[in-house]
Design a protein around this ligand. Sequence first.
Ligand code: AMP
Ligand code: ZN
Length: 116
Amino acid sequence: MSHNDCIFCKIIEGKIPSSKVFENENVLAFKDLHPQASKHFLFVHKSHTRNINEMVLANSSHIAEVFSAIQQFSSQEKLDQSGFRIVTNLGPDAGQTVFHTHFHLLGGEPLKGFGR
Ligand code: AMP
Ligand code: ZN
């Protein structure tokens, strides 16, 4: 179900533009507008939920669908050889700004943080 005031639902519906990199029946991935790494994509399920915890409660199989898309895309693009990171933000301490569940895929260069 889409939400009128949700920017990622509008991207999914094609009402606002995005640079798509992957799409199947359930999942869409597109370039982040403000990349934090040389490769930075956002993976979203086409069903609207506000965050990962809502997604688990609404339909936990959607997580597997998103990660299946990440598996297909990252192996097609050989990102699994150089490596990548998946991040999802929930709420203010994490700095979540878009309230449609999304998974950041970051890679294309050595990533800082998490002890590096
Ligand atoms: P978060 O802080 O986890 O909620 O991440 C939201 C992300 O969405 C940020 O990295 C933004 O750069 C990105 N973003 C916001 N609007 C768009 C858009 N229209 N197209 C692509 N990425 C966007
Ligand atoms: Zn949405």
